[in-house]
Design a binder for this molecule. Structure first.
Ligand code: ZN
Length: 81
């Protein structure tokens, strides 16, 4: 396959936000509320525990992606919430 077909343009990634945001958009209201709760800075939940749960549910994600999202340095920082 040509590289041009494989390449995911950076501008698209910026528009869609990071992997965590793209997962969130696929969740139903209950799961989205749960995710917001565990992502809260004072929840005490670790990035790894959250990533493990999402991955078990079929939303494969690395804990580094969650860490970046929580730190506000991911590609969704430019997007409105
Ligand atoms: Zn993000």
């Amino acid at each position: 396959m040509a590289l041009a077909d494989l390449h995911q343009p950076s501008v698209d990634a910026k528009r869609q936000g990071c992997g965590l945001r793209r997962i969130r958009e696929r969740l139903d209201d209950d799961d989205r509320a749960w995710l917001a709760r565990v992502l809260a800075a004072d929840s005490g939940e670790t990035n790894r525990a959250i990533a493990d749960t999402l991955t078990r549910a079929g939303y494969t994600i690395g804990h580094q992606v969650i860490q970046r999202h929580r730190s506000g340095v991911c590609s969704c920082k430019h997007l409105e919430d």
